[in-house]
Design a protein around this ligand. Structure first.
Ligand SMILES: [Zn+2]
Length: 686
């Protein structure tokens, strides 16, 4: 699902259904939240507003967030629990030795703002000196190689952005899923996507001007002369990098990305960068022969720029990127300037998050599994795990029945689909085994050094995978995340404990609510195995076409119908939802909704549909689905979401119901209403 890339939240302003109970934890309604609805809106006019209108009106986006919805409410809860667990781990924490001390020390070092202020820019000195010492293109290649980190992922968390010139992802070879291979991705931009440099819309021109001002301010903060002129040259260099970048849509296309390059191909296909020096500085094993160049034109284009652009501009560029990358661990003036652009200009967020919340984020980034182990020991019960396992199996069975009932699919393709579904490995709550952090040095008075060492430690860990057998039990998320994910090359799902709690799941709750809320999310993740990308992988995780030609044609036609449906949504007059960019997620939403509804019907088949709060079970199912997607945005954040994210904005995700026949019956939706689709126009993929 991957709704967000990082955890972010605040403890201010819980939703209207929440009241603080005695232990200081919010209390969630056990089913749908009737008080959050707006019954003056017709469900067929806007189901999103019908289900969420009162909540949207009565909740403000907290000043330190760029958007606010169900996920944030849950993240606020998790974040507060984590702060408590890290500071008071003895109350109910498992014995896990040094890892507890590491999380405490990491957190404490980040919280020690006085120490960070007093050290000033000193921690950055060695890096600035190394940049200053760059005297030729080989030195430049060596420095750039040293910035390579395992910080991107094209399939799982789908984080395709890095501010380093290139990003590395070490994952299963898509053609040989028994081995790991390094994937090299484009990077190097200071803004989130090539469109921020190239899009002619007035709003984007304005952001570009503010970015140049910000870059100059950063240079000024490290005492550089001539900051405005240098900033103009840096932004121009980034503009040229953006011009050779692949679009977000192309990057999402696995068939376009799966380009096997031998080590020697980099020299012949991407001249300009001394790759021997670059890879050696990046500590890639010398014997590593096979690579994947995900965006080959960008790799070639960026390498050419390394040769053609003035060394002095590259050095200024590296100073700004070194600073931006580490801003969170530097003094207040740097943090404030960084936030002014990345928080306020890019996302519209007025206020920087308070320090302890940023400390939780940083600790999660550095020591995710150590923190997660503490979290599940206190907050994820065996009965909750068992009841989610049961729901997953009901969803899997429902999906299998749906495959059996597809009238357009040939029996041979059905065999492939069912084999894939049966082999799907489902992880619930937390991984089977935990990461070991021994060897990582964390000290309580060195926030900057701790962050640097943690990033290198993670990178070295990723490099050790090369040449090893694939660990199919490894997770792509931490257990405390409020999220879930499908890992296509592992044919596996991760459902972190942070997601498996109210308001998404209530072990004692109403079945209609649980299937409409967490059930549709489980269904969404299962459906990712069969979306436009996931369906290109077979049961073993190999990228292989297991479809009969005629079936594939039908599947693609249904997909393009869905692309058109989403292309027609306009969050801004000058910007529509990108139907192709969001297709995988939209197929997953639709498949998940239909399969969860089937599973719900199966569970309650022997029971009469009793009304609760004046709503039938059928109605509560769809309302719970739409309440998952309650969300408010600041305009710049919504624009960024539309331009750079694989997910459509939540309002349109809630509108997926217009493709479900059951929704029409439950709310008596009539022709002529805005969301109404004639039966033939309702998209059915699975
Ligand atoms: Zn998804």
């Amino acid at each position: 699902m991957k709704k967000f890339n990082v955890m972010r939240a605040t403890i201010a302003a819980f939703g209207v259904a929440l009241a603080l109970c005695a232990r200081g934890e919010p209390k969630f309604a056990p089913g749908i939240e009737v008080a959050g609805m707006d019954r003056s809106v017709a469900p067929g006019a806007s189901f999103f507003a019908y289900a969420n209108g009162a909540w949207l009106r009565s909740n403000e986006i907290p000043a330190d967030l760029s958007s606010y919805g169900s996920w944030d409410v849950n993240e606020q809860l998790v974040e507060r629990r984590l702060a408590d667990l890290i500071q008071h781990p003895d109350a109910g924490a498992p014995q896990q030795g040094p890892a507890i001390r590491m999380t405490r020390d990491y957190y404490a070092s980040f919280m020690d703002e006085a120490r960070i202020e007093s050290r000033g820019l000193r921690p950055l000195k060695p890096l600035l000196q190394a940049i200053d010492a760059i005297a030729n293109r080989d030195d430049l290649a060596r420095f750039l190689g040293g910035t390579l980190r395992a910080d991107v992922d094209v399939l799982n968390s789908t984080n395709v952005y890095t501010d380093n010139l290139f990003g590395l992802w070490i994952a299963q070879d898509l053609d040989h899923p028994q081995r790991y291979v390094p994937f090299l991705l484009q990077g190097g931009l200071g803004m989130p996507d090539r469109s921020y440099y190239l899009d002619p819309a007035a709003a984007m021109v304005d952001i570009r001007a503010k970015y140049a001002t910000h870059v100059a301010a950063m240079l000024g903060l490290v005492g550089m002369s001539d900051a405005a002129a240098r900033a103009a040259r840096i932004v121009d260099l980034e503009h040229q990098i953006a011009a050779v970048h692949s679009s977000r849509e192309a990057t999402e296309d696995v068939l376009k990305g799966n380009n096997h390059w031998l080590r020697s191909d980099f020299d012949s296909k991407a001249p300009g960068l001394n790759w021997r020096v670059f890879f050696a500085a990046a500590h890639l094993p010398q014997k590593q022969r096979d690579f994947v160049a995900w965006q080959p034109a960008a790799v070639s284009g960026i390498a050419a720029l390394v040769a053609s652009q003035p060394l002095a501009t590259w050095k200024d560029y590296l100073i700004v990127h070194a600073l931006q990358h580490r801003a969170a661990f530097l003094p207040r003036a740097i943090v404030a300037e960084h936030f002014a652009f990345y928080g306020t200009t890019l996302n519209g967020t007025p206020e920087l998050r308070v320090r302890w919340k940023r400390a939780i984020d940083a600790t999660n980034d550095a020591l995710g599994d150590a923190v997660g182990k503490l979290y599940v020991a206190r907050y994820f019960s065996a009965p909750a795990k068992a009841s989610i396992e049961e729901m997953v199996e009901r969803l899997r069975a429902a999906f299998e029945r749906r495959i059996d009932n597809l009238d357009w699919m040939t029996p041979e393709t059905k065999i492939g689909a069912k084999a894939k579904l049966a082999a799907l490995k489902v992880g619930i709550g937390y991984p089977d085994h935990w990461r070991d952090y021994s060897g990582l040095k964390i000290v309580p008075d060195d926030a900057f050094g701790n962050a640097e060492r943690a990033a290198s430690f993670e990178y070295r860990y990723q490099l050790t995978k090369l040449g090893r057998g694939v660990d199919r039990a490894e997770w792509a998320m931490t257990p405390q995340m409020v999220d879930a994910v499908n890992l296509p090359a592992m044919n596996a799902l991760n459902f972190p404990a942070g997601m498996l709690q109210p308001p998404f799941f209530n072990p004692d709750g109403d079945a209609a609510h649980n299937y409409g809320a967490i059930g549709t999310i489980i269904g969404h993740e299962i459906s990712h195995s069969f979306d436009d990308q996931g369906s290109t992988f077979d049961a073993t995780g190999r990228l292989r076409n297991w479809w009969a030609a005629k079936d594939l044609e039908h599947f693609r036609a249904a997909g393009s119908q869905l692309v058109q449906q989403y292309d027609a949504y306009h969050p801004f007059p000058d910007l529509a939802v990108k139907g192709q960019q969001t297709l995988s997620e939209n197929i997953a939403d639709l498949g998940g909704l239909l399969a969860a509804h089937d599973a719900y019907r199966e569970e309650v088949r022997a029971r009469p549909d009793a009304a609760v709060d004046g709503f039938s079970g059928e109605q509560r199912f769809y309302l719970s689905y739409a309440q998952n997607w309650r969300e408010k945005y600041r305009d710049p954040a919504l624009r960024k979401q539309v331009l750079t994210d694989g997910h459509a904005p939540e309002e349109y995700r809630a509108s997926t119901v217009r493709n479900a026949d059951g929704w029409y019956a439950a709310f008596d939706i009539q022709a002529g209403q805005p969301l109404y689709l004639a039966p033939a126009e309702r998209v059915r993929v699975w």
